[in-house]
Structure formats: C-alpha cells, structure tokens
Design a protein around this ligand. Structure first.
Ligand SMILES: [Zn+2]
Length: 347
C-alpha cells in the first residue's frame, strides 16, 4: 500500500476556525483567559446527534472556539497552520472557507477580515508550496441580504492566483433558512466567475440536494453525500457535473452515519460523481485530510481508486491550469512508484 500522505491531492472542504489545531486553540484560550468547554479539549472525536439539538451543541462548541480568535495575528496563524498541515498531508491545493463576519469586529470590518486572510494565504502558499485559494461563505442563519454583501466582497477579490477568492459558499444548519432566498447572492458570485459551493445534502436528504441544485446552481456541493439515497437525484448531480465534497469523519461525528463504513462513497463514485474528500472541521472531528483517504481505503478503494479520488479533487478545484497539471502529474507518479512494502519485501 502506498503512503497516502504522499498522494498529491486538492483539499476543497475545510473551514477557517474548524481547521485549527487543538493545541493552538488551547494556547489562544489561555492567553485570553477564556475557559473552553471540556469537550473541545478531549482527544477523541466529538459525536453529535443528527437532530437540531445535536447541531446546537456542535454550533455552541464552534462558537466557543471562534470566540478565542480576536486579532489579526490569530487569523494569520490559523491560515498559516492550515497550509502547513495540508502540506504535510500531500495537499497541493487548499480552498479554505471563511465567513469573515465573526472576525470583522476585531479587525475593522469584513473587508479587512477577508484581506488579512488573503494576504496570509498568499504568503503561506509561497512558504509551504500548497496553493491556497479562498471560499467566502455566508451563513444560512443570517439574513440573505448579508449574503449578498459577502458575495459582492468575494466578487471584488476573485481570481485564481494564490490567496485569491475562487468560490462562494453557504454554510450552517441545512434545516434553517430558505435556500431560494440566497439565490441572488449566488447570482452575484457567479457573474464574477466564482464557483458556487454551498453546503447541502448532509443533514438533509435528496430533496434538499434538489432544492440547492435548483436555486444555487452549485459547481460543487459541500457534502451532497445523501444524494446517494435517490438514484434520480444522484443522476442529476452527475449529469449537471456537480462535484461532491465528501467528508466521512464529519458525517460520522454529526451522526449522519453510524460509522465510516456506512458512508456511501462507493455508490457515489460508481454512479459517476466526481468526489473530492475533505476534512471539514478537524478541530471538532479530530480527523484531518489523509484520514478521509484512509476511510476510503477501508471502504475498499485500492491505490488506483484512491488516485482517481485525488484526480477528481484536483479537477474539481479552482486552481490554475498550471497547478492542476502539476498535481495530476504528481498523482500519476505516486501510482507508478512501487509501494514501500513491496520494495521492502524485495530487499
Ligand atoms: Zn462544512
């Protein structure tokens, strides 16, 4: 078996605060004399119920973590460490998702908040070799007019160079908010050439996926894993060329599936869906990018199948053509090289 940390790949589903190392969060909390909920300091992955109470608990912990992030230096550290951690896991392209609203009060508004993240993403790309792009995300819990403001901000910073904004997302509890009310925000983003990358089809099933397809015209769906429950919806996802950002550890932590073996990755791939594996919120799920590929391996994907998943992640990314070509060549090289255990047996 080949080393999955050396498999070049693109990481398309990772949230800003959710990417934090637990040690970094603990340090920031200590500096600010904030008492973190015990659950955030546990070593084991957190488990939540898949209902609204479970989501509420998840959100409360997430908010507690976010409340420790209060300065430009904190924001820069999060981006820098996300890129470093991705580099260690073979990611050559990271599309980091950030909702600048929460950090805006500490740095003078949403525009400086986004510009700080962009600036550090550019610097981190140069330092680590991971090409970092950004997704600006709005929240379903807030007014759709706020989403439009964020979409206009994202549009002003659109580009495929390091640190630039490549997509516009919509996150938070899928059960909340009216999906169609966010359509104007996504139209603004699309006109600016940004990818449409809303969440959908994790907490809710195929009907929600259709709702998102109908109104937000996604290029990629955050999760979308539950399209597997309706062959007709899955066929539509495939026909419309919508890639799925599947995050097995997130699905299990949020109680969507009892265990990683239940994630219908094989059904999605066999139907022809482009799947990009992602870690979502490693801070809470205690599982980073390589672990998602390990989950796929445990589901029976061999090295050729894992290389195909990596290729799909690169193709579904908004990296420049040059970066994509470099990563795809790297994937061919990974698969062509002899696995370490085979080499050891021969020696
Ligand atoms: Zn997410």
């Amino acid at each position: 078996m080949r080393d999955l940390a050396r498999l070049p790949k693109a990481h398309l589903h990772l949230h800003f605060t959710g990417s934090m190392r637990p040690e970094t969060l603990a340090e920031m909390a200590a500096e600010r004399r904030v008492r973190l909920p015990d659950a955030l300091l546990e070593a084991d992955p957190l488990r939540f119920r898949s209902d609204e109470r479970g989501w509420f608990r998840f959100q409360r912990l997430y908010d507690a973590a976010r409340a420790c992030v209060r300065t430009e230096a904190d924001m820069r550290r999060i981006v820098a460490e996300a890129a470093e951690d991705d580099a260690r896991e073979g990611s050559g392209r990271l599309e980091l998702q950030v909702d600048p609203t929460s950090y805006a009060p500490f740095v003078g508004g949403i525009t400086p908040a986004v510009e700080i993240v962009m600036d550090e993403a550019r610097a981190a790309s140069a330092r680590t070799g991971v090409d970092v792009g950004l997704v600006v995300a709005a929240s379903r819990m807030r007014h759709p007019l706020e989403a439009r403001t964020l979409a206009r901000l994202a549009a002003r910073h659109a580009g495929d160079g390091p640190g630039e904004v490549v997509g516009f997302g919509l996150s938070n509890d899928e059960r909340r908010g009216d999906t169609s009310a966010f359509a104007p925000a996504f139209a603004i983003a699309r006109r600016a050439g940004l990818a449409s990358v809303p969440h959908g089809g994790e907490l809710l099933g195929p009907a929600h996926v259709e709702d998102v397809l109908e109104h937000l015209h996604p290029d990629r769906l955050g999760h979308g894993v539950r399209s597997a429950e309706d062959p007709r919806v899955l066929e539509r996802v495939v026909d419309e060329g919508v890639a799925l950002e599947v995050c097995p550890a997130s699905n299990v932590s949020l109680g969507v599936f009892a265990q990683a073996q239940d994630v219908p990755l094989r059904t999605l791939v066999d139907a022809g869906a482009a799947v990009a594996l992602g870690a979502d919120d490693p801070l809470l799920f205690r599982s980073r990018l390589v672990a998602q590929y390990e989950a796929a391996r445990a589901l029976g994907f061999d090295d050729a199948g894992l290389a195909d998943l990596a290729r799909a992640s690169v193709r579904a990314s908004r990296a420049s053509d040059a970066v994509k070509a470099r990563l795809l060549t790297g994937i061919d090289g990974w698969l062509a090289a002899e696995p370490a255990d085979a080499a050891a047996r021969r020696a």
